[in-house]
Design a binder for this molecule. Sequence first.
Ligand SMILES: [Zn+2]
Length: 427
Amino acid sequence: MELRFFNALIWDGEKLFRGELRTEGDRISYISPVSTMDYRDWDREIDCGGNLIMPSFKNGHTHSPMVFLRSYAEDLPLQEWLTDKVFPAEAKLTDDDCYKLTKLAVAEYYSGGTTYCCEMYGHTRAVADAFVDSGIAATVTEGILNFDGTPSQIEKRVDESVEYYSNFPARVRYGLSVHAQYTCSDDTLGAVRNAQRRHWLPLFAHMSETRREVGSCVKQTGMTPIAYLHSKGLFEYGGAGFHCVHATDEEIDIMASSHVAAVTCPCSNLKLASGIAPLAKMKERGVALGIGTDGAASNNALDMFRETYLAAVLQKYATNDAAAMGAQYVLSAATSASVYGFEGADRLARGAYADFVMLDLHAPNMSPGNDVLNDVVYAAGKHNVLMTVSGGKIVFDHGAIDVGEDYEQLRDECAAIARRIADASRR
Ligand SMILES: [Zn+2]
């Protein structure tokens, strides 16, 4: 597939210019302020009409199949919500369900300009197949916890996963995650560390999401969760912590020196009353930032515009400083995937992945255009996405979604899955 986008305003991740972008296969083949003559037989030539082309969003933390629980049980205390509603419903999911539900999540990612996700869920092979079939880039992690078996079973499972995903297309890869410190015994963590050392794997995990989690870790181990994971040798190859709402100063320094990024999910943290992560302090001390949505059960939208906006404005509120967290810094975090080990999609450049979006600059909420990047962070929404290109393929085009199968039918099938599980849960 060869595409030509001309007459565009381009933000390549660093600078803003008027110009043209071309793709060949899954890569960008040309990007320049200069439109040279090229009478190629393009698969499509798109006059961007002065609209903005910029790197697509990269969703740093999600549980894609959880779309079936969107708005299913609301306004409950966190523990009751999890143990009475979420866990029993999840136990009824099949691999086929997760394949379909993941594709529905991808449809939502595409419609909101997202082309990568760092995933954590069960039924991982079905989820990974859905990613490959829909053309999104992803890091697939399984969220290991004590239920996964004895230490030797866990080590074997990681070995098998590394082998299994080595045959996958380069855009969908394996990542090692544990669910969280509080769901993993020392034996489980030891098995994970052994597997990490065999395969040089960074660690992904939920970290210090709630006060309750931090309190029980301190009671049990005398340490806070991030410090505890570090003490067990799990940050030897870096990684990323999801949420990190209650990270202490000591833990922020550990993250910086161990190359553990903080992936913030502000919507979920607000809705579950978890708190506001100390992102401004993390930035100051050199912790890399990623932004994610978390699952649809706790958010409830998989919308990176919302997360990016909140990541910026909540820091201003929390630090009592309107100058905290500039728009361009937050937007770079929201559009970068290298913090998750997925390289070549952070910036638009020749040879980089053709992962980008076209945003409507003619919409009322983007006018008069005093500062386009400020507009994207503070004023834009997913309704401004005109096109999404993932791996050189147009996957969202003025409302039409392409996840490799009929969208309307997929949506109906997913609604039937949600109904079936809700009915069974009432019995
Ligand atoms: Zn999560």
